[in-house]
Design a protein around this ligand. Sequence first.
Ligand SMILES: Nc1ncnc2c1ncn2[C@@H]1O[C@H](COP(=O)(O)OP(=O)(O)OP(=O)(O)O)[C@@H](O)[C@H]1O
Length: 277
Amino acid sequence: MNTNQDDAFTLGPLEAGPACCDPQPVIQVKDLSLHYGDKIALDKVTLDIYKGCITALIGPSGCGKTSFLSAINRLTDLIPGCCVDGHIFVYDQDIHRSDNNVQALRRQIGMVFQKPTPFPLSIRRNIALPLNEHGISKQAEVAAITEQVLRDVGLWAEVYDRLDTSALSLSGGQQQRLCIARALALNPQILLMDEPCSALDPIASGVVEDLICRLQGRYTIVIVTHNLAQARRIANYAAFFWVRERAGQLVEFGRCQHIFESPSHELTAAYVNGIRG
Ligand SMILES: Nc1ncnc2c1ncn2[C@@H]1O[C@H](COP(=O)(O)OP(=O)(O)OP(=O)(O)O)[C@@H](O)[C@H]1O
């Protein structure tokens, strides 16, 4: 087993530096409101997400962070009673237009959840299954992608000799890296991550956090985190949500340094300094 994590990852820092030096909107959210029946989870949120950057969604429990994430790849379509108003443009396409291809959208946008969610199948099948579902089934191609993405997430050296064992035999941190590899296999441009480290022990969490930093620049990443220190360490931009009049609202969005060191709103300052929330 390779114990040196720096050697394990095949992704290093980008030579050209982070793409977020020159912010280009990839996801444009305009007046997004989201209801679950009578409950307003998000009220008129407008926000741009920039190409190649990591954007952290922060705020107290129940302010609509997960709902915001779910709307971006239309997972909200699957929730009974959930209703979305407003517009979300991904690469200038309005994703809620009726002629939009949801399968193509989800291929473009990978999702990683709080709790690692490997399929109860072998490590190999976990990567192969989504590829097969999207029409990639040539054995050599599937094997090459499998090796590449497992190398990308620093897992190859740990699993190359047991690809046919159950993914459930992996540790929690390894399972989460497998889930990230599975998301990368379809070559998405955008990754949505809902508290990807919160179910992991501190060491596994550190490895996954390091991996997320290595993905920056290659992918546009939107991450929900309750860990403000983590948001500060890894994100280029932060969006601070709050609950006002029982509805989730965006209070402030900006460069991470601005949000944490000189926010424009008193509420943001109170939250990031641990006074409220
Ligand atoms: N499927 C659902 N049905 C009804 N209400 C829901 C549903 N999902 C979320 N909500 C409600 O919508 C609001 C926003 O929830 P959401 O999970 O998006 O917030 P969050 O900021 O991600 O919270 P947390 O940090 O605790 O995960 C909450 O009041 C929640 O109870």
